[in-house]
Design a binder for this molecule. Structure first.
Ligand code: SF4
Length: 94
């Protein structure tokens, strides 16, 4: 995934975007303020809607995106971790 401009969250602790406690996001309001200043918010939102990503993206929570998808019959794609595509087999050299 590449964005057309520099995201407002670049360099900000990612834990703010992914920390969940008892079904809620303790930093949600802070993160929403960051996202609302972001020049790539629309691209970020589209990516998060197209893919079943966790956490807060474009100021929306996963639950908000799931509700929107469900209401509008949108099926998101599951994103596999990059490690799934790395070939971990190798020959040992002595
Ligand atoms: S809109 Fe997306 S890219 Fe921009 S700050 Fe929020 S999470 Fe980061």
């Amino acid at each position: 995934m590449r964005f057309s401009d520099t995201p407002a969250c670049l360099g900000i602790d990612v834990e703010l975007f992914f920390t969940e406690e008892k079904g809620s996001y303790p930093y949600l309001n802070h993160v929403k303020r960051i996202c609302n200043t972001c020049p790539v918010q629309e691209e970020c939102y589209n990516y998060a809607m197209d893919n079943l990503v966790h956490g807060i993206w474009a100021g929306t929570t996963m639950e908000e995106r799931n509700r929107y998808r469900s209401k509008h019959g949108i099926i998101g794609k599951t994103v596999l971790p990059a490690s799934m595509f790395i070939d971990v087999t190798y020959e040992q050299t002595v």
